[in-house]
Design a protein around this ligand. Sequence first.
Ligand SMILES: [Zn+2]
Length: 356
Amino acid sequence: MAGSPRVYPESMEFQEQYDTLVGSDPAYEGRFIAGVWTTGIFCRPTCRAKIPKAENVEFFPTINEALHGGYRPCRLCRPMDGTKPVPPLVEKLRRAVEESADGRVSDKDLVAMGIEPSTARRRFQAYHGMTFHAYQRARRMGLALRDVKAGKPVIDVQLARGYESTSGFREAFTRIFGAPPRGARAGHCLLAQRIETPLGTMLALADEQGLRLLEFADRRGLERELAGLRRRLKCAVVPGSNAILEKTRQQLGRYFAGESLSFDLPLSPVGSDFQQRVWRELQRIPAGHTRSYAEMATKLGIPKGPRAVGRANGSNMLALVIPCHRVINADGSLCGYAGGIWRKQRLLEHERRHAP
Ligand SMILES: [Zn+2]
């Protein structure tokens, strides 16, 4: 399927991109983004800053993914800016996000800076084609996910390496995932893994009961879902892995490779009885097929309930595994998908191509 996965250090592509970074070849401009782990900054392929060691670099296909990787834009090569000068207001907004402890800048903060919030939102969107809200969300989630990447807390490693402690990892992590209880056994927490896919970074959470959440990291409303899950299960989230998360990673690999579109995982979605019924029905839609909300409602024995079905569909926290992306409008057009309509479309194309 189209779309480029993250580039792994052992790959040929990594070597090619690293050589480009060293040689500053302008032909590669726009083809990839380089993140430097030790500084937390992402750069264009042609950046003139000091060349980082290969072991400290990772490459991303897009700016969005670099942001979700926990990186902020370099001030030297300005990877988010085109040839036009950056409006001072936009620059100020980006700085404010970097300087806030947890990547959050509220309307109140803006007013305190003498900035009118609605003007700020309009200008940011006009310049970046991305809302100021989405930018902050990417930054927060990226900071929090850095800790989840290795499947273990990396804060201590970073402090040991002399990484700035002001960079907001701990704050962002705590705000999004809750304060991990000190000395608590991992069994009492939800374990979190970050999984890279050709359609972007995913976050997977599981405990010993089963998989609780699987979502694209830039999904709208993800922080709200996480807060709800923590409240319902009365637990915090800690970076870590277990057999269920390992299986999830393997099966996602096979799914995206087109080898097997079905999942065989212990699932423990948190939701009402009605939501659970809808989610079970969703799992009966075979890969390569779609259903309308009305068809779903009829199957569930509530012919007047397509709206309720739609809501339960939207509250699914196990993307792909509970295939809510296979529900479309009665006229065949695609409708809302919190992970983005473009993803829904790519998923359906992928499944049509590889369905048995
Ligand atoms: Zn740079």
